[in-house]
Each structure stands twice: as C-alpha cells, then as structure tokens.
Design a protein around this ligand. Structure first.
Ligand SMILES: C[S@@+](CC[C@H](N)C(=O)[O-])C[C@H]1O[C@@H](n2cnc3c(N)ncnc32)[C@H](O)[C@@H]1O
Length: 211
C-alpha cells in the first residue's frame, strides 16, 4: 500500500463543503472534539487541516497524517497558521510509521468512514497511543432506526464512489468500544440540519481511553 491516496476531485470539493458546514455548526463540533486535549497528539486523515485552528494551548505538538497529496499541501499551509506546532506528513491509517506508545492523544474526525480497513486503523491508533491515552473522535455513523440503516445500506452502494471511499453505514462507535478503548463520553446527534433525509446525518462526538 502506498502512502499517497489520490482523490483530486474530492480534494477540490471537500474544503468548500467543510466551509459551508463549519458555519452550520461544524466549527463548534471541532471545538467540542478538541477541548481539553493536551500533550503530543496524532491527527489521522487531517484533510486540509480544518481542525488545526481548534487545538487548545495545552497541546505541545500535533503530528498530522494525510495521504491525499492536494489536501496534504493545503494542510501544510494551514499548519503555518495553527496556534500550536503542527507537523504534516504522508501516511495511511492502516500502517502508521510511528513508534508504539508515542502519543498522549489521537484525533479522528470524519475519517473512519473513509479508510479502507477501519478496524485495522483503530488497532494502529491503539498501538501508537500510550496506555491511558485519549482517542477523540467526530464521525458520522450508522443510524439507530431500521429505516435509517436500510437507507444507509442503499446509499453505500454509490456513496463511496462519489465521496472518495466514504461509507455512511459504518458502526464506527461500536468498533471503537470493541477495539481496546473505554468510551468515557459520547454525544449522538444529526448534522447538518436538513429537511430531506441525509444518510450521513447521524454523528457522534466522543472521547475514549486506550485500555
Ligand atoms: C472527509 S475527509 C475529513 C478530513 C478532516 N479529518 C476533517 O475533519 O475535515 C476524510 C479524510 O480521510 C483521509 N483518508 C482516507 N483514507 C485514509 C487512510 N487510509 N488513512 C488516512 N487517512 C485517510 C482522506 O484523505 C481525507 O483527508
């Protein structure tokens, strides 16, 4: 597996979508995700660096891994404006070139929907976190009603082709809880507000601790 995953159309479109959702509450979600984070942090799938302005002062360093080259270039530019030191590098979630137990916290936001092997990615995140280290997550996930799950399963036939491998029906919150982490807090909500049913609406923001 190469450390570059090229999705040039998505890389042009995603920052604009993120800017629109930021105004609808996405920025507040990123603040909630990162409030109280401290020490050395790994951010996986950092995209164009939308989280960088939201890191609090207690964070000593962020290592931001991003495999898509155009998004990574934008993340490098965003890192230069960040309130804490951010080092951006290539890499893929399933095979992190990072030492065991070397981070105090790890951050995934809107990423585990897209990685090819999310359970393998969670194993890698667990490996690089120190015992007691935090996994902070902001992800869209499988819904809770039968109707929504059925809708998401249909959507997942085409969604990954339209959105760079993103899936809407992944039970990411359940995988986190069963992959060597203890969930300390989690908030479930639908986002963004919409009159039409959105298969990517069910979201969670949570904090789990590495066992
Ligand atoms: C929807 S974007 C989210 C970007 C950013 N985390 C945010 O909150 O805006 C999904 C990101 O996951 C990254 N990604 C996809 N597959 C990945 C993998 N196997 N390893 C690491 N990152 C991956 C994509 O390149 C993209 O930057």
């Amino acid at each position: 597996m190469t450390d570059d995953l090229r999705h040039p159309v998505f890389a042009r479109f995603y920052p604009r979508l993120d800017a629109a959702t930021a105004r609808l509450g996405g920025d507040a979600h990123r603040d909630e995700l990162l409030a109280g984070a401290s020490g050395r942090v790994l951010e996986l799938g950092a995209g164009h660096g939308a989280n960088f302005p939201h890191y609090p002062g207690g964070v000593s360093e962020v290592v931001a891994v991003e495999p898509e080259p155009a998004l990574r270039a934008r993340a490098v530019a965003a890192a230069a404006q960040a309130p804490v030191p951010v080092a951006v590098r290539a890499g893929v979630a399933e095979r992190l070139d990072l030492p065991d137990g070397s981070f105090d916290a790890a951050v995934v936001s809107l990423v585990l929907c897209s990685v090819r092997n999310p359970v393998r990615a969670l194993a890698e995140l667990r490996r690089v976190l120190r015992p007691g280290g935090e996994l902070r997550y902001y992800e869209h996930v499988r819904g809770v009603t039968h109707g929504m799950v059925r809708y998401q399963k249909y959507a997942d036939v085409v969604w990954p082709y339209l959105a760079a491998g993103c899936h809407v029906c992944r039970p990411t919150d359940e995988w986190i809880a069963s992959c060597g982490f203890t969930v300390r807090r989690e908030r479930r909500f639908d986002f963004p507000p919409s009159r039409v049913p959105n298969p990517a609406a069910p979201h969670v923001i949570g904090l789990a601790v590495r066992d």
